[in-house]
Ligand binder design. Structure first.
Ligand code: FCB
Length: 445
């Protein structure tokens, strides 16, 4: 790997913190969503989650044991601004202040993400990401947080996976706020991107040596067959899933072929993409210092009726040797190819793999240890895929395993376990898995 390469782990606020009513925290869309019967597969909520809010010192000690140099976590907007804007809740900010000091004392560099999907419910009540006003509220949040913490934290990630926030939340209806509307999803996507672009200079204004980026999820794909209609479907899927975010962030605007298809399919609604105002695309293209890439899987795409993620998933297809318990094909080589493509097409100065990991439910065996060798193989093969990209000249500067802890996997509740550390969800007890030891040794090397 390159000099100064950062080995790390990742989590997010709603998935681990719990303590959702502590110290003046406001309600978020995920509190509302998980506490609505029928939204989460097993009825789990984030009310307690991993109780990280109370056990953060133990979690920092675990990371210190693991030997990571970086920790990616997110800052709960409603802890800091319970109503989304306006009055600052000092006890909420104090929590992140303590966490950051604890990390720095342990020699771990903090990599905070400002938005990992937990919009304050008060903003949702005013239209959430469908409303342009939420952009200003996000910039206010970014300003308050970086003013307080920017003296000790230089690396900032604006958003986590805006595709998921926009489309899984507003089109598929599977994430908060649970809408199923193309117009809402595309409008939300634009406002998420715009808020990123407006936050970048705001963060730089508060943090002297700031390094700012965004974490984009990627879903590489390939045509399921050599039929031309599958190639066309794959190109559109790639536009929907990847280029719609990468292109504007890197100054290319929205991809014209995807715009044309959306117009043809009536995706924008009767007024077209009227939410894009003059100057927006320049704002979104604010220069960044790195791009974060979250990678889990890639998909074969065959011509289908719609863009949805399900199009073309072929469980058991020969091209894919195995699956994780999310039902995701394990395809490390697609990561190498995607990284080469990002380097070639967008030329970011630096890339961080801000998430990569696997859901396998292996728990304690008769001797009390956890033999999660499938996770070890997954991590080993994906790290090798990154090394191959680095050898080909791609500037990857860090790798963050998703996740430190087994946690609340959104609408899949507690049914999925991504952690290097097992969490007994009844008691909160933590138990490192074999993959934890493996990763520690990998980092040492
Ligand atoms: C990503 C999310 C993260 C986690 C992993 C499995 O899409 O950013 O919070 O849910 O998937």
């Amino acid at each position: 790997m390159r000099d100064g390469f950062t080995w790390g782990v990742a989590t997010s606020a709603y998935q681990i913190e719990g303590a959702t009513r502590a110290d003046g925290r406001g309600e978020t869309i995920w509190d509302r969503f998980t506490n609505t019967p029928g939204r989460v597969i097993d009825g789990a909520t984030g009310d307690v989650a991993c109780d990280h809010y109370n056990r953060w010192e133990e979690d920092v000690a675990l990371m210190s044991d693991l030997g990571v140099a970086g920790y990616r976590f997110s800052i709960g907007w409603a802890r800091v601004l319970p109503d989304g804007r306006g009055t600052v809740n000092q006890p909420g900010l104090d929590f992140y202040d303590r966490l950051i000091d604890g990390l720095l004392e342990a020699g771990i560099t903090p990599y905070p993400t400002l938005y990992h999907w937990d919009l304050p419910q008060a903003l949702e009540d005013e239209g959430g990401w469908r409303s342009r006003d939420t952009v200003g509220a996000f910039v206010e949040f970014a300003d308050v947080v970086t003013r307080r913490l920017g003296d000790r934290v230089s690396t900032w990630i604006t958003h986590n996976e805006p595709w998921v926030a926009a489309f899984v939340g507003h089109l598929e209806g599977v994430h908060a706020p649970g809408l199923t509307d193309w117009g809402a999803a595309l409008t939300a996507a634009h406002h998420l991107l715009l808020s990123h672009g407006e936050a970048v200079p705001a963060i730089r204004g508060n943090v002297p040596d700031a390094s700012v980026g965004i974490a984009l999820d990627c879903r590489p794909s390939f045509p399921a067959t050599d039929r031309p209609e599958d190639a066309a479907a794959q190109r559109h899927f790639d536009g929907f899933r990847n280029r719609w975010f990468f292109d504007p962030v890197f100054g290319r605007g929205y991809p014209a072929d995807v715009v044309d298809t959306y117009v043809a399919r009536g995706r924008f609604g009767p007024d077209g993409p009227g939410y894009v105002l003059p100057g927006d695309m320049d704002t979104i293209a604010a220069p960044i210092d790195f791009v974060g890439i979250n990678y889990y899987t890639s998909l074969p795409i065959s011509a289908g009726a719609d863009e949805t993620e399900d199009t073309g998933i072929e469980p058991g297809a020969e091209a894919t040797p195995g699956y994780t318990e999310m039902g995701w094909p394990i395809t490390p080589s697609a990561l190498t190819t995607f990284l080469e493509r990002v380097h070639r097409d967008y030329d970011p100065g630096s890339i961080l793999i801000t998430e990569n990991g696997a859901s396998f439910s292996d728990g304690p065996g008769p001797d009390g240890t956890i033999d999660d060798r499938r996770r070890i193989e997954y991590l080993r093969d994906h790290i090798a895929a990154i090394e191959a990209a680095v050898d080909a000249g791609v500037p990857v500067d860090g790798y963050f395993v998703w996740s430190l802890l087994d946690n609340l996997e959104w609408s899949l509740g507690l049914t999925q376990r991504f952690g290097l550390v097992w969490v007994d969800h009844a008691t909160g007890r933590r138990l490192p898995k074999a993959s934890f030891d493996w990763y520690r040794k990998r980092i040492e090397r």
